[in-house]
Design a binder for this molecule. Sequence first.
Ligand SMILES: Cc1cc2nc3c(=O)[nH]c(=O)nc-3n(C[C@H](O)[C@H](O)[C@H](O)COP(=O)(O)OP(=O)(O)OC[C@H]3O[C@@H](n4cnc5c(N)ncnc54)[C@H](O)[C@@H]3O)c2cc1C
Ligand code: SF4
Length: 473
Amino acid sequence: MADINGFLKIKRKEAGNRPLNERIQDFSEVEQVLNSEDRMLQASRCMDCGIPFCHWGCPVDNLIPEWNDLLYKGDWRGAYLRLAATNNFPEYTGRICPAPCEHACVLNINQEPVTIRENEVAIVEKAFSEGYIKPEPPEIRTGKKVAVIGSGPAGMAAADLLNKNGHLVTLFEKDEKAGGLLRFGIPDFKLSKAIIDRRLNLMTEEGILIKTGITAGKDISGKELLNQFDAICITIGAGHPRSLPVAGSEFDGIHFAMDFLTAQNKVNAGQLTAADNHINAGGKKVLVIGGGDTGSDCVGTAIRQKALSVTQIEILPKPPEKRTPDNPWPYWGKILKTTTSHEEGCERFWNISTLRFVGDGKITRGTEVEDVIWESENGKFIMKPVPGTKRVIECDMVLLALGFVHPVLDGLLTELGVELDYRKNVSVNNSMTTNIPKVFAAGDTISGASLVVNAIASGRKVARQIDRFLKTT
Ligand SMILES: Cc1cc2nc3c(=O)[nH]c(=O)nc-3n(C[C@H](O)[C@H](O)[C@H](O)COP(=O)(O)OP(=O)(O)OC[C@H]3O[C@@H](n4cnc5c(N)ncnc54)[C@H](O)[C@@H]3O)c2cc1C
Ligand code: SF4
């Protein structure tokens, strides 16, 4: 165990963020880094509870009390090895995981959980800087070939483990660079793309063949994949965005969040010039529709592009500031989340329904909205408009951040005839196999839009199943 009285002596201390006025001038990561001594003290707060609820809360089953103990004792290498045993990419989750582990940490009963996520990223960054992480290609190759389709965190995790098991892995990616939503969705101010490149370089040096700019189902058909590989793993994400079918939704000036975020990420990467980025919020009054994480990323990006104003609306009620009795610890706390982007200057409203966009081929005046209330009827929440509350929110740019409904069905999935579930996600059995022999699937493709840590967990699970399958064929 770390220090038995650690949590009584040491207060939770977060690394904190770069000063607001400085960080909104660039797209560099917002979060700062704590020095090693303070980080070890933070690890000392872990009580190594008899039942580690944090471990239960972590989708990749990170051995949190074990690596906190090693970190507290200054054994950074040992801590890294324990961390790497369950998580292929702690450098991603340590930066952008919403940390369900901290919601479940026993110290969260007093709202002072261990800084688990920050400890995680500190351990892996030390491992990179001290050179503990080196390419480790497998010593023996099985000769079996696996195609992983889609290079987001699910595909990367599956490819990484299958390669470590000695199989020859080709990772296909339709975009010009690998990384999935880590690269083109999530803004640089949350996750620097150098972090993804560092990992991809390592994976390449370990023997994974990464083929970018290739759309499976178009540039290489499903039939060719089936002929050329012993197993196929589909990790194409859930890229079909939810639309907002109200009058004027076809107007110029209304964009899907992903188009907006991708364009800025490409500008940052030098793949697009700022002048050629036509989805720019500079000088505009921006309305973000959708109160989730993607919406928050739009807020931070619009602010950095020097929007005149940013407003974010959400159709659901405002979450409570504290847990309610029906949402106790150690469950995920359904409470109001204020991100660093919100702090940077955005007005937020809840219980608002969008009625129509006002303009003439182009959004000019704004967006007509109305207040709603949610009433429980026969166990279901029903949305009801509040009479007399119709009004126009002034804006000349709208970003639709309403989430994703399911994977893109055209192309590979349709060609292979992969069976879907009732939500149109790919359906798999307990072995992560689809209805097509030797075709497996994982990540957002089977769960619908979720989290990076869930995608990694799913990629790890499918890799174990594919490995088992290849050993028996
Ligand atoms: C804006 C935004 C912000 C987010 N922020 C967070 C966050 O802060 N924390 C968090 O935990 N989660 C976050 N998420 C969710 C997280 O990014 C996803 O849950 C996760 O990336 C899903 O991983 P995946 O590997 O299943 O799919 P994806 O990351 O979507 O990767 C799928 C890949 O498949 C490729 N592909 C698709 N079709 C083909 C084809 N036919 N051939 C070849 N390649 C193909 C795609 O180009 C893509 O690269 C965010 C999501 C968005 C959109
Ligand atoms: S991956 Fe996420 S849930 Fe797991 S330990 Fe890290 S921050 Fe916590």
